[in-house]
Design a binder for this molecule. Structure first.
Ligand SMILES: NC(=O)c1ccc[n+]([C@@H]2O[C@H](COP(=O)([O-])OP(=O)(O)OC[C@H]3O[C@@H](n4cnc5c(N)ncnc54)[C@H](OP(=O)(O)O)[C@@H]3O)[C@@H](O)[C@H]2O)c1
Length: 220
């Protein structure tokens, strides 16, 4: 186990919608202690969490952040700026969001981000260790494709980030959730994982995903 990998199985999830509850369910199955929040009080999401991710704990966003060092951000993109800039200080923040004009409205900064929307997310949360991941397959494909480590036909999920230890920690999470993990390189390489990016929305093996992302990408 490398220094960036850890036995810690606490996960925080901000956003209790389709993606958040699907990841929560997979994480509980993988033995994680999961806290998950919506935009309001914990009791507002208690029923949905009980039904869709039994074993996860409904919480406020502040409680989610206190709960874990590894946090998935799965809110609609037009809402991430509601969160305070220093909320995720020191945390590994997995940006699972995608910008969709139909859902998020016209947002010039996101629509024209030359190095991808995760760079904008990193600028919004400068003290967080942002990793782009868990965004390039749909929630239902994620749910139906989880397989144990080493199983044949296992598909891959990529992670891109400038903090290499954070990327390694996210790759460990991806593997535990049921997918091969591919290191896509620096945060701006996350552009390939976004809608209209080269690997968005298609399921690949780790080898194929690595080859598509960059010849030197590595998988685990
Ligand atoms: N759907 C997919 O297959 C898929 C796949 C990959 C990535 N994504 C991306 O993942 C993100 C979430 O998608 P989704 O389909 O899960 O959306 P969704 O079903 O609409 O759920 C969004 C969740 O975010 C919560 N939320 C909104 N603002 C918040 C805030 N300020 N603080 C905390 N929670 C907040 C909402 O809570 P309230 O109800 O309290 O507002 C809701 O629980 C989007 O950026 C999407 O593009 C989606």
């Amino acid at each position: 186990m490398s220094s960036s990998q850890t036995g810690d199985r606490r996960l925080g999830i901000v956003g209790a919608g389709r993606v958040g509850t699907t990841i929560a369910r997979a994480a509980v199955a993988a033995g994680y202690d999961v806290a998950i929040s919506g935009s309001g009080a914990a009791d507002r999401i208690a029923l949905i969490v009980e039904v869709l991710a039994p074993g996860a704990r409904p919480a406020t966003t502040n409680e989610v952040v206190r709960h874990a060092d590894l946090i998935v951000l799965a809110v609609p993109m037009h809402r991430f700026r509601e969160l305070p800039r220093d909320l995720f200080a020191g945390k590994i923040l997995i940006d699972a969001m995608n910008y969709w004009e139909e859902i998020d409205g016209v947002d010039q900064e996101l629509a024209t981000a030359p190095a991808g929307t995760s760079v904008v997310v990193q600028e919004r949360f400068p003290s967080a260790r942002v990793v782009k991941s868990l965004n390039h397959i749909t929630y239902y494909k994620f749910d139906e494709s989880r397989l144990p480590h080493g199983a044949s036909g296992r598909i891959a999920i990529a992670a891109a980030g400038d903090d290499r230890a954070a990327v390694a920690a996210v790759m460990q999470l991806i593997d535990r959730l049921g997918f091969d993990a591919v290191d896509a390189g620096p945060l701006e390489a996350g552009l390939a994982l976004e809608p209209n990016g080269s690997v968005f929305g298609v399921s690949y093996s780790a080898d194929d995903l690595s080859n598509l992302l960059r010849p030197t990408a590595s998988s685990a």
